[in-house]
Design a protein around this ligand. Structure first.
Ligand SMILES: Nc1ncnc2c1ncn2[C@@H]1O[C@H](COP(=O)(O)OP(=O)(O)OP(=O)(O)O)[C@@H](O)[C@H]1O
Length: 628
């Protein structure tokens, strides 16, 4: 059968472009990637052979073999793992099946530096071979099948697949090196790379030199070694292998649980946020082993969703080797391990938060929004631990929302008479800081949490309270500010308040209500405004305004809640309007003023003005009068 010519998926072509133009300064990592794949292929075979021993047959010693041919300028990496059939070959080495790939590739800018950072999070795996090779050949035969296939490509957009011959199962990858890559034709250099990057691989990596085989790594699973023997670089390289990521781990958690159930955990918190963390299909990929045999990287019961950024290995001593997927789903051993993992990881995070505020803040920036999902989904102690770990921007400190505060910090700073934890939700902290609803709180020195993750709209109502204090949005209901005592209030503020009480605000509010009829739920004099003339708030029991916008953006809601318009009795415009009304009673222009005030409040809230023409007409009318 002749060779079939196929094109790479567009995303692969783009990745290859970047890879070939060599964004990585360390080209040598190509070997790490190929060895990593070969070791995964051996793990997969060993697992299948538990139930189908014939797959291993005579050839039961799984190994990776590296050899060189200086004259032909080739390196080969061979394994006797699971191998691939034709369809798998085309799917695995011609496309990227991972969810979110298209969006990810779309983000690449063509700017070499930025793209290399992005690719670092994504991992190019097999394709990194093209950094050093002008042509790559993959000869493979799937375990249990007779047919072998040869995949060939120069990484320029196409590849070919042809039926071929191979005596035994497994995969042989041959790289024809580019000019200038002669370095990699030295056996010592390759051995050094293997030692650097792959010493922790549990499968023997052998060098074939002058007809002799020499094992170049220790071939013992890293997590089984004692911690004192393991160097930080070993952990780092194991992280690269197990996560297929290029960044470095921010946290390494290695422990052995002994007692009713026994297992070893070696888990990593990535140093950067994986590109697909919020993709709906993103799953936890912690690898489950049973007594050193890889079982699966798709056991969702092992790690809660809100820790889906964890990478690494859990190796159980108690599960049976032939454990099935169904068994895993209902296994009390898995449940116990999950509890242990959660306790360990959250405990370590708590220690980090105490000892290394800066490092913890960096962790929180990356993974806080995911951890907060647990505030919503979990209960009891797990939720309590998460509440301790949660950090927020707030109006405390420099007032720029830069620092992170905990709920305990907040409660510790509450003012006399304050019995509520105040918050505001929105897209970004700096926009929130400019919200009119915050003015009164700032003026009274009452701290407000600035919540900017979509999940905040859900966990806050789900929890309702922290330390016996209710949460309350400053954009909703009565502001409760009058209860808060303020020590030294400037004289002019007191005068303002006195003036308001005696003033004509009552009749103005009544007239505004009349003018706006069904446009608003109510009009009220505000406690929370100090600088702005007006703002909108949600009635207690109605949907939060930010949540409503969020849901409407996602087409989850088409009706709109009516809001309350609050007016600032101390603001010059409102005062003038109030005395105007007192002197002249209701006039047509009150209607226009009412709508202008309402539209202004909408604009500040980031909402569209429903009738822009009417808005422009009214505004021009008032300008004209003002200029006359
Ligand atoms: N030596 C091999 N034996 C069997 N299958 C292999 C081998 N090398 C690669 N594959 C298959 O090709 C797929 C793609 O490999 P590739 O290195 O591009 O990505 P990956 O290892 O899945 O993930 P990442 O891109 O994060 O490294 C693998 O998931 C595996 O199924």
């Amino acid at each position: 059968m002749s060779a079939e010519k196929l094109s790479f998926q567009a995303e692969v072509s783009r990745l290859l472009d970047i890879v070939v133009n060599s964004l990585y300064s360390e080209k040598e990592i190509f070997l790490r990637e190929l060895i990593s794949n070969a070791s995964d292929a051996c793990d997969k075979l060993r697992y299948l052979a538990l139930t189908e021993p014939a797959l291993l047959g005579e050839d039961a010693e799984l190994a990776i073999t590296i050899s060189l041919d200086k004259a032909a300028r080739t390196i080969t990496v061979a394994d006797n793992g699971i191998g691939m059939n034709r369809d798998e070959l085309v799917a695995n080495l011609g496309t990227i099946a991972r969810s979110g790939t298209a969006a990810f590739v779309g983000e690449m800018s063509g700017d070499a530096k930025k793209d290399s950072n992005l690719i670092g999070q994504f991992g190019v795996g097999f394709y990194s071979a093209f950094m050093v090779a002008r042509e790559v050949e993959v000869l493979t035969r799937k375990a249990g099948e007779d047919a072998a296939w040869l995949w060939t490509s120069d990484g320029q957009g196409d590849y070919t697949v042809a039926a071929s011959e191979k005596a035994a199962r497994g995969t042989i990858i041959t790289l024809r090196l580019r000019d200038g890559m002669d370095d990699y034709l030295e056996a010592d250099r390759l051995k050094q790379i293997v030692r650097r990057y792959s010493d922790h691989i549990a499968i023997p990596i052998k060098f074939l030199e002058d007809g002799k085989l020499e094992t170049a790594n220790r071939a013992s699973a890293l997590w089984t070694r004692s911690k004192s023997e393991i160097k930080p670089e070993d952990y780092k390289e194991f992280y690269h292998h197990v996560s297929h990521a290029f960044d470095d781990p921010a946290e390494t958690i290695h422990w052995r649980a002994e007692g009713i159930i026994e297992y070893t955990g070696l888990l990593f918190i990535p140093g950067s946020r994986p590109f697909d963390l919020f993709h709906p299909e993103r799953k936890n990929r912690v690898k489950l082993y049973v007594r050193r045999v890889f079982i699966t990287d798709d056991c969702q019961e092992l790690v809660p969703e809100y820790l889906r950024f964890l990478r690494g290995v859990i190796d159980s001593e108690d599960l049976p080797l032939n454990v099935s997927r169904e068994m895993l789903q209902s296994s009390p051993v898995v449940q116990k391990m999950r509890q242990g993992i959660v306790k360990r990881v959250l405990g370590d995070l708590e220690k980090k938060a105490e000892k290394d505020a800066e490092g913890y803040a960096a962790f929180w920036e990356n993974f806080g929004p995911v951890l907060k999902e647990g505030l919503y989904s979990e209960h009891g102690n797990e939720r309590d631990s998460l509440l301790k770990l949660a950090r927020f921007r707030s109006t405390h400190g420099d007032g720029q929302g830069d620092g992170l505060v905990s709920l305990a910090d907040y409660v510790g700073r509450m003012k006399e008479g304050q019995d509520t934890i105040f918050y505001i939700t929105g897209e970004d902290a700096s926009a929130l800081l400019a919200s009119p609803q915050l003015e009164g709180f700032k003026a009274k020195g009452v701290e407000v949490l600035l919540l900017t993750d979509p999940i905040d709209e859900f966990w806050v109502p789900a929890i309702g309270q922290f330390d016996g204090k209710n949460f309350k949005s400053v954009t909703r209901g009565g502001s409760d500010l009058s209860k808060v005592k303020v020590e030294d209030k400037p004289e002019d503020e007191k005068q303002d308040e006195a003036a308001d009480k005696d003033g004509d605000i009552g009749s103005l509010v009544a007239l505004l209500k009349l003018a706006l009829k069904d446009e608003v739920k109510d009009v009220r004099a505000s406690e929370r405004l100090t600088d702005s003339a007006v703002c909108l708030v949600a009635d207690d029991g109605d949907m939060d305004m930010h949540l409503e916008r969020l849901l409407r953006q996602h087409k989850q809601l088409d009706s709109a809640f009516k809001r309350i318009l609050e007016v600032n009795a101390g603001h010059p415009v409102i005062r003038r309007l109030a005395s105007h009304v007192a002197a002249k009673g209701a006039e047509a222009e009150i209607d226009d003023a009412a709508y202008l005030l309402l539209d202004q409040a909408r604009i500040v809230e980031g909402e569209a003005v429903p009738d822009p023409r009417a808005f422009a007409r009214r505004l021009s009318g008032f300008l004209e009068k003002g200029l006359a």
